[in-house]
Write a protein that binds this ligand. Structure first.
Ligand SMILES: Cc1cc2nc3c(=O)[nH]c(=O)nc-3n(C[C@H](O)[C@H](O)[C@H](O)COP(=O)(O)OP(=O)(O)OC[C@H]3O[C@@H](n4cnc5c(N)ncnc54)[C@H](O)[C@@H]3O)c2cc1C
Length: 283
């Protein structure tokens, strides 16, 4: 065990002060479901750890049409909120009860590939993130937060403090496909939100997990469905574009080839379901 100091700040300013003092040596730990196994296995060797449990970052509230999620709110808290159904569905499909009781929404954005499932839903929902550090706070779209494999916009002296999710009534769909029915890593995760204008798709978000270095948008597929009424042909072309445009990898769960195939299949299924829902709702 390498950890010599453990800090438990009681406020955000205290947490930021500790980061400023200790620099990159200080490992931030929220629920610890990702960070702790790495320490136990000797893969991560931090000299000091800062827990976020008491820093006041664990509230969920609805304000002005936005769901504001404290970065240290647990996945179980997310499961209990009524404002954004797709986030409940994403949390329900993430890990097991015991992990959801500890794991946080913020921590889900830092989860190594196959990556965070909740993060995929947040991407489809156009979530924003607030980062705070000694120079103050900055807000950016989640789509701009991820920069590459295990890399993001967070500076060494910053914390992720909040995630903002616009509350909309657009139809959404979340599908996680894994090798088991529950408590399983994703082969592919698909989160989708379509905005309709009558029978025509006015705007689309198609987010994918486990088929890239981080959760990604299938932007070409989005472009192909906007302005259409989701005919079978459109769905086939968009699903093929999503499969072609993703960057899957081979790991112990699935091969690159299989992940790409399943991406096409589940994007197609999700679009079909949303198209049927649209007909059913009389648009
Ligand atoms: C058995 C098991 C099954 C799992 N199954 C799934 C699954 O099905 N789907 C899924 O998505 N995930 C799964 N996970 C991964 C993990 O539990 C979740 O992604 C969880 O949301 C991580 O949150 P955490 O608070 O525990 O992160 P931590 O372990 O506390 O932190 C992870 C990383 O994020 C950084 N970090 C966390 N919060 C902040 C913050 N506010 N500011 C700056 N940096 C921060 C930490 O420094 C650390 O590097 C599983 C994990 C386990 C152990």
């Amino acid at each position: 065990m390498t950890v010599r100091s453990y800090f438990l700040p009681r406020s955000l300013p205290e947490a930021i002060g500790l980061l400023e003092t200790h620099g990159p040596e200080l490992l931030v730990m929220a629920g610890g479901t990702v960070a702790m196994p790495l320490i136990n296995d000797g893969i991560s060797l931090p000299g000091a750890v800062m827990g976020l449990r008491r820093a006041g970052l664990d509230t969920l509230e609805v304000a002005g049409g936005t769901l504001r999620i404290g970065a240290a709110a647990t996945l179980t808290q997310l499961l209990a909120q009524p404002a954004v159904p797709m986030l409940r569905e994403a949390a329900r499909n993430t890990a097991s009860w015991s992990i959801r009781n500890m794991g946080t929404v913020g921590g889900n954005l830092f989860t190594p590939p196959p990556g965070g499932d909740v993060a995929v839903a947040l991407l489809a929902l156009d979530a924003g993130v607030t980062l705070a550090g000694p120079r103050g706070e900055r807000v950016l779209p989640l789509a701009d937060f991820f920069t590459g494999f295990l890399s993001n916009q967070l500076a060494a002296d910053e914390l992720l403090v909040e995630i903002q999710v616009p509350i909309r009534s657009d139809p959404t769909l979340f599908i996680k496909f894994g090798r088991k029915h529950a408590n399983t890593p994703a082969v592919v995760t698909v989160a989708m939100r379509l905005e309709w204008d009558g029978n025509v798709v006015a705007d689309a978000r198609i987010a994918l997990g486990a088929v890239g270095p981080h959760p990604i948008r299938a932007r070409e597929a989005e472009r192909l469905v906007v302005g259409t009424s989701l005919s079978a042909d459109t769905i086939a072309v968009a699903a093929a574009a999503a499969a072609q445009g993703c960057e899957p990898f081979t790991d112990a769960i699935a091969t690159e080839w299989y992940r790409r195939r399943m991406t096409g299949l589940f994007v197609s299924r999700a679009l079909e379901q949303l198209a049927q829902g649209a007909e059913g709702e009389g648009r």
